[in-house]
Design a protein around this ligand. Structure first.
Ligand code: COA
Length: 377
């Protein structure tokens, strides 16, 4: 036991190589397939980034047109999937309903067993197309409204707004949302991606791996942080109360959601551009209050603790100002991360090794089973 080093939380353990993305600790930066994420956000749509993550290269014009045509053709849900959605109790968490319907997509796919790259890309596009429809329909049903059918003349982001609210908002709001999808798309071997790769390592199918990854993302230490940021801002309520709130949080060593990162210690490279597009939404949607509270929290936490905001910090209030229900924030994360997960699942299959780590046993010494009448009451 003494010479075995345990890596709790797998911290510092390299389990494989990957060409999908690079998280650079030293420069606090992130690249997808060699492109800096800020560069992608400024110059590409989320759909182009999805294509990049799966194929390793950005699409040319005709590749993009083919891709968009296919993605837009698969947005409808089957009657059976819609029937399942209608049966969920209103108390069900939107991540649980999403996880269940994504699993059902696998049940309905006659080709579920085909592990080839082409089949898996097609399944990934199908999930990318249908997940926004599931989230929007689930939201409307739990609010007593009929789902709105998807349109095939809108981008993925525009169509999601349309299915959720019945209309497409201002271009700056769509841009902010699309940017969040690009930034949430991929992040190396995080817990949900690792879950997806671990399931894939047993040669299970892509739907099973994605279903497990959704379960992993549901946890508040992973996907739930953007929701928690908004709860914090609502709890503070007004800029006048922000300084006292953050001083108290620091004095009592409270965890402040939306700050800190396991990898980026001096700031997250996604934050400046995300903050810029969030500010544009705040200006359009009367969100000055959230900007002011955010600034006080950030200035204080950075100067006094040296802990910087992460991506969830601007995204939480941005989604809130767009009008999304707070419990839908994490399902929106799935809408984006489905691209990174599936890119990793396909990469895992290219050079698979069953994942089977070891543990150090620290339970009881081996002992004999006593007959029932001799066991202590
Ligand atoms: N609020 C208050 N204190 C924080 C903090 C936060 N958000 N993030 C880090 N710290 C503190 C830690 O408590 C620790 O303090 P200590 O040295 O007195 O024990 C110190 O900063 C160093 O933290 P570190 O160990 O480097 O962070 P980590 O890698 O264990 O944790 C997170 C990283 C993301 C889990 C953590 O920052 C966190 O829980 N943040 C809030 C949740 C969140 O926003 N998650 C989304 C991540 S993208």
């Amino acid at each position: 036991m003494s010479d075995i080093e345990i890596h709790k939380g797998l911290m510092g353990v390299y389990v494989d190589t990957s060409k999908v993305s690079k998280v650079v600790q030293e420069t606090n930066s992130l690249t997808y397939r060699g492109y800096a994420v800020q560069d992608l956000a400024e110059n590409c749509s989320f759909e182009e980034v999805a294509y990049l993550l799966w194929h390793g290269e950005l699409p040319n014009k005709s590749e993009l047109l083919d891709f968009l045509k296919l993605e837009r053709s698969m947005r409808d849900l089957s009657d059976e999937a819609m029937t399942i959605l209608r049966q969920f109790p209103a108390s069900a968490h939107p991540m649980d309903t999403l996880r269940t319907v994504v699993s059902f997509l696998g049940v309905q796919d006659e080709n579920w067993e085909d592990p080839s790259f082409d089949a898996n890309v097609r399944k990934s596009i199908a999930m990318l197309s249908k997940i926004p429809t599931i989230i929007a329909a689930d939201f409307r049903l739990r609010n007593g409204q009929e789902p709105i059918a998807p349109r095939d003349d809108l981008s993925l982001a525009e169509n999601f707004f349309y299915m959720y609210f019945g209309k497409v908002p201002e271009a700056a709001v769509v841009k902010c949302f699309d940017t969040s999808l690009i930034f949430y798309a991929e992040h190396g071997f995080n817990a949900s991606t690792f879950t997806g790769r671990a399931i894939t390592s047993t040669l299970s199918d892509i739907y099973s791996s994605v279903t497990g990854a959704i379960g992993s993302l549901k946890g508040p230490l992973h996907g739930g942080a953007n929701e928690a940021v908004m709860h914090t801002l609502l709890e503070i309520g007004s800029p006048e109360k922000a300084q006292a709130w953050i001083d108290d949080a620091m004095a009592n060593k409270k965890l402040v959601m939306g700050f800190g990162h396991r990898v980026y210690k001096d700031g997250d490279s996604r934050v400046p551009y995300m903050t810029k597009v969030f500010h544009e939404v705040a200006n359009l949607r009367d969100g000055q209050k959230w900007l002011e509270i955010s600034k006080i929290l950030e200035d204080t936490f950075v100067s006094k603790k040296g802990i910087h905001p992460n991506l969830d910090f601007p995204v939480g209030p941005a989604y809130y100002l767009m009008g999304f229900d707070i419990p839908v924030f994490t399902p929106i994360f799935v809408m984006s991360r489905i691209t990174g997960w599936t890119a990793h699942i396909m990469e895992q299959l290219e050079d698979n090794k069953l994942m089977r780590p070891l543990n150090v046993y620290n339970g009881m010494e081996q002992r004999e089973v006593k007959p029932l009448e001799q066991r202590a009451a």
